[in-house]
Design a protein around this ligand. Structure first.
Ligand SMILES: [Zn+2]
Ligand SMILES: [Zn+2]
Length: 326
């Protein structure tokens, strides 16, 4: 008699243990007696059991339509083992083919892209050779050369042009000229663009009061600009050679002379442009907000070319622009 209540207590405790609750919909056996259950992981207690259909829905949500995504239990981290019915040999084969294509396609696409770039480079190299030494001579050279040499040599032409374009020799020249001017002041009369260079500080604060002390003009390498500049160099060199060296003994010499002179002239414009930019930046001034009644429109003081008004007249603005584009 005394054991009776204890027995019922144990019984009810066991019942409580065996009672299944779905951790997705919180329903128990009593709520739905027909729904199939599954215990898919190492979890014990309240998250041990789950409805088959509830878990399928949850897996669908995690996979988002991609049935190859692995899904783990959010509590114990065990990966759910999802079994598929055997659909026969053909289905197995098609499944493998599908997976293979899925894996291989990125490599094929990358190969096509790399191959296209390579053949574009070969074509560019061949065109450049004919452009530089002349059509007949270029064809002759390439017909006599080893095909392997051509396949390796021609695509390196655009590569070297681009690498050469990355060398910023104008910056070095600019720094050298600045250093020379600050050391030898008489150069200021030969190079009027550098007359604002005051000592080694690099800030041309001598001209106007309250100029900024650090006139830093960021000049990042622009990929498309480098590409266009490098690949148009042979054409520009050919044009310059025909214009300025028509009496050169052969096409190669003429193009080399034209290219060299083009690079030098363009470089000098660039040095000048950068120096003027530097001067402009170091002599800039932030102006007062106009009070009412407003003074005459201060457009002249806000345009970038205002500071060039007190520069020597031997430097027209269109030259400055041209030098910057090249
Ligand atoms: Zn459920
Ligand atoms: Zn679990």
């Amino acid at each position: 008699m005394a054991d009776e209540p204890q027995h019922t207590h144990v019984h009810s405790h066991q019942e409580e243990e065996n009672k299944r609750y779905c951790w997705v919909c919180y329903a128990s056996d009593e709520d739905d007696e027909t729904a199939p259950w599954v215990k898919p992981c190492k979890c014990r207690g309240t998250t041990k059991w789950v409805h088959q259909s509830c878990l399928q829905r949850w897996v669908d949500e995690k996979q988002k339509g991609n049935s190859t995504v692995k899904v783990n239990c959010p509590q114990c981290g065990v990966e759910y083992f999802i079994a598929f019915p055997n659909m026969g040999q053909l289905m197995l084969f098609l499944d493998r083919v599908d997976a293979f294509i899925y894996k291989v396609c990125p490599f094929v696409a990358a190969g096509v892209v790399v191959g296209s770039i390579y053949w574009t480079a070969v074509t560019y190299g061949a065109i450049t050779v004919m452009q530089v030494v002349g059509y007949q001579e270029g064809m002759g050279v390439m017909e006599q050369a080893d095909p392997l040499v051509l396949l390796v040599g021609l695509p390196t032409i655009p590569v070297f042009l681009i690498l050469g374009k990355m060398v910023r020799w104008e910056d070095k020249v600019l720094r050298l000229v600045r250093a020379a001017v600050s050391r030898l002041p008489f150069l200021k009369y030969i190079l009027p663009a550098f007359r604002h260079e005051e000592g080694g500080g690099g800030n041309g604060g001598g001209g106007g009061g309250g100029a900024s002390t650090t006139a830093v003009i960021s000049d990042p390498v622009n990929a498309t600009r480098v590409l266009c500049g490098a690949l148009s160099l042979p054409t520009l060199a050919t044009i310059a050679g025909r214009l300025f060296f028509p009496s050169a003994q052969d096409n190669l010499t003429r193009t080399l002379l034209g290219g060299a002179s083009f690079l030098v002239v363009k470089g000098l414009f660039k040095v000048y442009y950068k120096q003027q930019q530097h001067v402009m930046q170091s002599r800039r001034k932030i102006i007062d907000y106009p009070q009412d009644p407003p003074p005459p429109p201060p457009t002249a003081t806000t345009t970038p070319h205002s500071s060039s008004s007190d520069l020597p007249p031997s430097s027209p603005d269109d030259n400055t622009q041209e030098g910057g584009e090249g």
